[in-house]
Design a binder for this molecule. Structure first.
Ligand code: ATP
Ligand code: MG
Length: 616
């Protein structure tokens, strides 16, 4: 797909997203009620609200996690409470320290802070499920003593076959009613590494006939004789999610444990485990019991959020890494130039509901446009240059002279000021802004036609120069000295004012910089990649167009004046721009260092070319 470049209309396209009056979603309403009733503390005390974000360090965070982050940290911000960042590192075999580092970086980038946060030490205040293994183990022992848990030495296959079906109840394991002392001894063997992997499990003793399969004596611990990246060789058993999660919430004093809808059927188990620990304790000894609430996960069209698929495109080299600007990851979005503000705006717009639904990825792109329209410095960059020679440039003085033109840095922000854009005899314009056999409605440059160079002069094309292959290599034009700054010339003798319909961008040939532009598009072309066929077949073959030899105006670096007014002042230090008429772009720091010249990533085009496609 080529980028539509049309004159005038593309300048500062206002976003058509209309902000709606926010109504409070069901989780806010529930928390309001609990606060009022004093469920967690003094009635009316909002600061007791505590949420948590529990990522598993087995991949990078994606845009869907962004939604969960905005919900959890957003509620903490709103109520003046807190949100705990806790890694769910209960699986010793899969987790990697690189993921921990990347996840923390992403959350910091979004601007979210947790208790104990430190600017200098990313790990400060960060919790790990493994911090609580000792405590969880002690509670498991208590459950065994209370007759609420037992060690089952059946094989995995046997346990599966005894589980029953949705229609039929399960069968009790022969180990179900063994004496507590025996379970305790066996559990100890498991813990100390005297049982091989899969040799035994600790199960909760709940109800083998429950219509909720999750309650049919779920596994609490399994044997994994593998070292853990934080606890080393201490453990040979690792807790299952359902057992661990509520206890972690309890230890941290989480009031609201928010998870996606698929955990709805696990809630009775979440509650059962806490109640089981509390059974037999007096009120003072009872552990804290958080409220689990489920919400719909966010899905976006054309986006793959499955860690398995994401890992596959990384491992197979289809993208350059988890932070490739085309990836659904937060780090990929960051690298492409998406702002944290846009991600928060997307989360807001998608809202918090109980129904899974698919949202158009264009929502995020529009949020980006809306944010960057307000804050991105404007610059002129010609992506696919064609040379323009102003043949009468010498008539008004020195042929070699460069005139300083004045350009607005951001029409949306007066304080952003202006900058100098040099104009001279040799220029570049966008190849697509010239057409030889142009239809009547083509208002850009054509033979014999006149066009306005934004902030420059009006020029008329008199001659088209071609190479031996017949390609246009140069346009010989004249300029009207009376149109300086792009203004209309004075009326002629009969009082008529000449008009031009088209305005295009340009750069001066000798002062402009050669830059590389990576014009990214969506990684997948299908609405639901992988739905009908292998997701790799749904890849968009044009997700990256590498543009070498684009020409950018010389004074492109963000100015102090701009920053002071808010334009170009991005907290993450990424330099973002609107290249007039072509889109929003950011400097790719790593690629720039590699290439030794500026490399820009296209964040998003000015218009939604996908919406147009869909209508066709
Ligand atoms: P998996 O469990 O398959 O490894 P996950 O996407 O659930 O992947 P976690 O690291 O466990 O990854 O997720 C952390 C949190 O983010 C969880 O609370 C989860 O419910 C939430 N989350 C994950 N995907 C989405 C999504 N698409 N929309 C909203 N929340 C999500
Ligand atoms: Mg998960």
């Amino acid at each position: 797909m080529t980028d539509p470049i049309e004159p005038d209309a593309n300048y500062d396209t206002p976003s058509d997203a209309t902000p709606e009056a926010p109504s409070r979603h069901f989780i806010q309403q529930m928390i309001d009620e609990h606060v009022e009733q004093g469920r967690w503390g003094e009635p009316g005390d909002r600061s007791v609200v505590r949420t948590r974000f529990p990522p598993e360090p087995n991949g990078y965070l994606h845009i869907g996690h962004g939604k969960s982050l905005c919900l959890n940290f957003g509620l903490a911000e709103e109520y003046g409470g807190s949100c705990v960042l806790r890694f769910d590192d209960t699986n010793p075999e899969k987790e990697e320290a690189e993921y921990v580092r990347a996840i923390i970086e992403d959350i910091r980038w979004l601007g979210f802070r947790w208790p104990g946060y430190s600017e200098d030490d990313p790990l400060a205040g960060v919790k790990f499920a493994s911090d609580y293994f000792e405590q969880m183990h002690d509670w498991a022992v208590e459950l065994i003593q209370k007759g609420l848990a037992y060690v089952d030495e059946s094989t995995a296959d046997e346990i599966r076959s005894m589980r029953g079906t949705l229609k039929e109840p399960g069968k009790p394991s022969p180990f179900r009613d063994r004496p507590a002392a025996e379970s305790l001894a066996r559990f100890n063997d498991m813990v100390e590494g005297r049982v091989e992997d899969g040799g035994a499990v600790l199960r909760a003793k709940i109800d083998m006939a429950s219509p909720n399969m999750n309650l049919r004596d779920p596994v609490m611990y399994r044997v994994v004789n593998a070292p853990h990246h934080r606890t080393g060789d201490r453990w040979h058993v690792y807790p299952m999610y359902d057992w661990a999660h509520g206890l972690e919430d309890s230890i941290e004093g989480v009031t609201n444990s928010l998870c996606t809808l698929e955990f709805e059927a696990h809630r009775p188990l979440y509650d059962w485990f806490i109640d089981a620990v509390n059974q037999g304790r007096d009120d003072a000894g009872k552990i804290h019991h958080a409220q689990q609430t489920e919400f719909a996960r966010m899905s976006l069209s054309t986006v793959v959020m499955s860690k398995r698929y994401m890992k596959q495109v990384v491992d197979e080299g289809i993208v350059t890494g988890w932070d490739d600007p085309r990836m659904a990851t937060l780090s990929g979005h960051r690298r492409r130039g998406v702002t944290p503000e846009a991600i928060r705006a997307l989360a807001n717009e998608v809202g918090v509901t109980k129904f899974n639904s698919m949202h158009d990825y264009g929502l995020l792109e529009n949020a980006v446009r809306e944010d960057l329209n307000k804050r991105a410095p404007r610059r002129m960059c010609v992506l696919d240059p064609i040379k323009v020679t102003i043949t009468n440039w010498g008539d008004q003085g020195d042929e070699q002279r460069i005139e300083d033109m004045t350009a607005l840095n951001n029409p949306e922000d007066e304080g952003a000021g202006t900058r100098i854009v040099p104009f001279g005899k040799t220029l570049y314009i966008e190849r697509t802004d010239f057409m030889e056999d142009a239809p009547k409605k083509f208002f850009r440059l054509k033979p014999g036609g006149e066009v306005r160079l934004r902030y420059g002069y009006w020029i008329t094309c008199n001659e088209v120069v071609k190479n031996d292959d017949g390609d246009v290599v140069e346009l010989k034009c004249t300029y009207d000295p009376q149109t300086r700054g792009g203004d209309a010339p004075p009326p002629d003798a009969e009082g008529k004012v000449r008009k031009v319909k088209g305005t295009i961008h340009w750069v001066e040939a000798n002062t402009s910089n050669e830059v590389t532009v990576r014009a990214f598009d969506r990684l997948y072309a299908a609405d639901r990649p992988g739905k009908k066929r292998d997701h790799l077949e749904d890849l968009n073959p044009e997700s990256l167009r590498l543009i070498e030899g684009a020409r950018l105006e010389p004074n492109w670096a963000t100015t102090i004046e701009e920053r002071a007014s808010g334009t170009g002042a991005f907290a993450d230090g990424i330099e973002r721009f609107q290249f007039e008429r072509t889109g929003y772009f950011c400097v790719d720091a790593a690629e720039t260092a590699n290439a030794g010249r500026p490399v820009f990533n296209r964040t998003v085009t000015l218009k939604d070319s996908w919406a147009k496609q869909a209508k066709k």
